[in-house]
Design a protein around this ligand. Structure first.
Ligand code: DLL
Length: 435
């Protein structure tokens, strides 16, 4: 259901609003954040130069490295007394990105999250079991506040504690489960162990995000939980979850709330802005944030933008589902391999379960890649034959040969019950670190 009429605003009206808000954001960033003043001075842009969204490509990019070098609060535009909350997201280098919110920012977040949940088909009468982690991670409180804003009943169970998750799904009749895609699979298999048929639950929607997943992975989740899986996207640096979400009506691309966030897709090599439909790196500019205005943030996430008319009546641009990041790229013996390609190839084969790990090593100065994947419980067939089929499927998609391909029994691969799933283990010493 449409939550706010702005979701259906004519695009010309939206664009005018964006231009106005962009001009204000640039002025505030210039006046209140020395980092931005220096960055804008360096490219010779003054706030008055930015009058329309088409001027945005005159602005410099902000990167993850800027968040780190400005740690803890060099990007914050308001005095400490004006802040209502801080969150943090951890990078692999150990320097967290600190993100700050005024009370007004928290209001915007609640609003975009309520809109998002409504787009996902959540209704005020629903019970939302929120299994995203609470704390510094934005998933828990983001979904929580949005659920309350919408008027739903929120169960703040947080991540992990799968037995209790199941009890609550059964006993409290949760209609909606919010968690990472990997955890939703774990919940599904634990239900199966308890011999609970998901069709007997009230659960109708799972809101999955915070980590990439492929279409075959989503199909596994929907089948295993007998529910619709809706993709929600967001990142701490911009606000948290609630930047974009699929609508339940079309489930075809994520509506990005353009009245608050301005999206571009760029070529990650050249920085050039790409056209509609072209795949590249998502760049986001906040249009209304007070504490942490962010100009042209390079998210690292790979997607595309589509300005088509959606069946649901929302006019906000739809972004493609994010299956990977620019820094996910694995270079194995000189060949480029994305984990999402491997995942899609594996899950194309029905006998293979959606639990896997990829290990990269360097042996005698040569890269090796080892894939370990579980078979489905009910697979009765010949494992050797399955392995060959899998190898052929993978090698038809990526240009390297897999050094070791192991098919293991159900339950052998460690499950992620809190936080984001880790599936790629790069043991090579000299690999490039982007984070
Ligand atoms: O993961 C916010 C979030 C919480 C989104 C709950 C959705 C649900 P961070 O921890 O800052 O924030 O991580 C942001 O996670 O740049 C993407 O690489 C990845 N990501 C988030 N949502 C998706 C998604 C939260 N739906 C980073 N699909 C982003 C793929 C996602 N990747």
């Amino acid at each position: 259901m449409v939550y706010d009429e702005i979701e259906q605003a004519p695009r010309a009206e939206l664009r005018e609003l964006q231009s106005d808000r962009l001009a204000r954001t640039v002025r505030r960033a210039y006046e209140d954040v020395p980092f931005y003043r220096a960055a804008l001075d360096e490219v010779g842009v003054e706030p008055g130069d930015i009058e329309d969204v088409t001027d945005i490509d005159r602005l410099p990019f902000t990167t993850k490295a800027d968040f780190r070098s400005e740690y803890p609060d060099g990007l914050v535009a308001v005095p400490r007394e004006a802040l209502a909350r801080l969150h943090a997201s951890s990078g692999t280098t150990g320097v967290p990105k600190i993100v700050a919110y005024t009370a007004g920012d928290l209001g915007i977040w609640r609003e975009v999250m309520a809109r998002s949940l409504s787009a996902a088909g959540v209704e005020p009468a629903d019970t939302l079991q929120n299994a995203y982690g609470y704390g510094l991670f934005t998933g828990g409180l983001g979904l929580h506040d949005g659920g309350e804003e919408l008027g739903a009943t929120v169960i703040p169970i947080g991540g992990g504690n799968t037995e209790r998750q199941l009890d609550f799904l059964v006993d409290l009749g949760s209609d909606v489960l919010a968690c990472t895609p990997s955890y939703s699979l774990h919940v599904a298999e634990t239900l199966d162990e308890r011999e609970v048929d998901p069709a007997d639950l009230d659960l109708s929607t799972v809101i999955i995000g915070a980590e990439p997943f492929t279409d075959p992975m989503r199909a596994e989740i929907e089948a295993a939980l007998d529910a619709t899986a809706i993709d929600i996207y967001g990142l701490s640096e911009i606000i948290g979850p609630g930047v974009s979400i699929e609508c339940a009506e079309a489930q075809d691309g994520l509506h990005l709330w353009e009245d608050h966030f301005y999206p571009e897709v760029i070529d990650p090599e050249t920085g050039d802005v790409l056209s509609e439909g072209e795949e590249g790196e998502l760049v986001l500019t906040t249009l209304t944030k007070e504490a942490l205005p962010v100009l042209r943030y390079r998210t690292g996430d790979i997607t595309s933008l589509h300005y088509k008319q959606c069946d649901c009546g929302r006019t906000a641009v739809q972004m493609g589902n994010v299956t990977g990041r620019t820094d996910d790229l694995l270079i194995v013996r000189g060949a480029n391999v994305y984990p999402s390609q491997l995942e899609a190839a594996m899950l194309d084969i029905e006998a293979v379960a959606p639990f896997y790990r990829i290990d990269l090593r360097r042996e005698d100065s040569l890269d090796t890649i080892a894939i370990t994947v579980e078979r489905h419980e009910e697979f009765p067939g010949d494992l050797e034959e399955l392995r060959e089929r899998l190898r052929e499927r993978i090698e038809s998609i990526v240009t390297i040969s897999v050094d070791s391909l192991e098919i293991v029994a159900p339950g052998s691969i460690e499950r992620t019950t809190t936080g984001k799933a880790k599936r790629v283990y790069d043991h090579r010493e000299h690999r490039k670190r982007h984070e």
